[in-house]
Design a protein. Structure first.
Length: 163
């Protein structure tokens, strides 16, 4: 797994898109859990589709905002809007996340059955979980790498020890 160089980590922290990503990632996670509960409730009872649907639509909207601002962030850090060498696998799987979530929206407007939409949402959420794991794993590995190279992590900003 490719990790950040110290220079990339500093560019990461200086990017004006970092606060947007840092705010939206946990927000999206909370929306995901609420929405997942609503979808499971709908699947198990047959009731509550409207609320479950609204929650999925909000999740899809936040996901697309994160994808677009994430592309700007990736350009700031790696010089590419997407598929930079260091983020290739995350971007590759993010493509499936975006496709599966967008499929839900398309299915809704094509008036697919409610239960079908609920299962499409579950598949989309599975792709989201896998992709979230990729990002969290990379984050943890990068923090460990920076610490092992003499960086002190204050919050999420690395500073060279002794400088």
């Amino acid at each position: 797994m490719s990790t950040y160089t110290p220079e990339q980590m500093l560019r990461r922290q200086k990017s004006k898109w970092m606060p947007v990503q840092a705010f939206l990632a946990p927000v999206q996670f909370v929306i995901f859990f609420i929405s997942l509960a609503l979808i499971i409730y709908f699947i198990s009872t047959g009731h509550g589709f409207w609320l479950a649907n609204v929650s999925v639509m909000v999740k899809v909207f936040v996901l697309w905002v994160m994808a677009i601002t994430g592309a700007f962030w990736e350009k700031d850090v790696f010089g590419h809007y997407a598929f930079a060498k260091e983020f290739w696998w995350e971007d590759f799987f993010s493509t499936f996340v975006l496709i599966s979530h967008t499929l839900y929206v398309i299915g809704f407007f094509l008036k697919w059955e409610e239960m079908t939409l609920a299962y499409v949402a579950l598949v989309a959420y599975l792709t989201y979980c896998i992709n979230a794991y990729q990002f969290v794993r990379k984050y943890v590995i990068n923090r460990q790498k920076l610490k092992s190279h003499g960086y002190t992590i204050t919050g999420d900003v690395p500073w060279v020890s002794g400088s």
